[in-house]
Design a protein around this ligand. Structure first.
Ligand code: HEC
Length: 127
């Protein structure tokens, strides 16, 4: 079947009609939560690493490998695998519990909703 193009438009209009789209609300909330991360992390595609690695495209990327110039801790790298939503959730709840000795000096986000929101936001910031 040929792509028609009217489906996304219809969805966009439906989103407008209902006033607020739940998904975009969550991303906006996540962007607000991300303000707590910006002391150490940039997110722009071409932004540099600061105290922490730049986080553009971090979702589903290999853990502790993406930013080749950043000195990740051995503990973080030893986790292996990729950052899926479940692992980012565990990381953000309490980085030091997941990786004792991590240099991410952040107490964590105790509220599961904050974690879900910021994960939704991170998922939109990548290729
Ligand atoms: C005080 C500075 C600081 C704050 C605040 C901070 N981080 Fe980090 N973050 C780091 C450092 C440093 C690392 C590298 C940790 C390591 O190598 O063990 C890191 C690593 C990460 C990683 C893994 C990146 C990769 O390439 O594998 C993610 C994801 C992450 N942080 C997300 C967040 C989010 C989301 C927040 C806000 C809720 C946040 N961080 C707040 C400093 C910080």
């Amino acid at each position: 079947m040929k792509a028609t193009g009217w489906v996304p438009l219809a969805l966009a209009l439906a989103g407008c009609g209902s006033g607020h789209d739940a998904a975009s609300d969550q991303i906006a909330d996540g962007k607000r939560v991300f303000q707590r991360c910006t002391a150490c992390h940039t997110i722009g595609q071409y932004a540099t690493d600061t105290d922490g690695p730049n986080l553009y495209g971090v979702m589903n990327a290999p853990i502790g490998e993406r930013r080749t110039r950043f000195s990740y801790t051995a503990g973080l790298k030893a986790l292996g695998g990729n950052w899926d939503a479940e692992r980012v959730d565990r990381w953000l709840a309490n980085p030091r519990r997941m990786v004792p000795g991590t240099t991410m000096a952040f107490a964590g986000l105790p509220n599961p909703q904050d974690r879900a929101d910021v994960i939704a936001y991170l998922s939109t910031q990548g290729p």
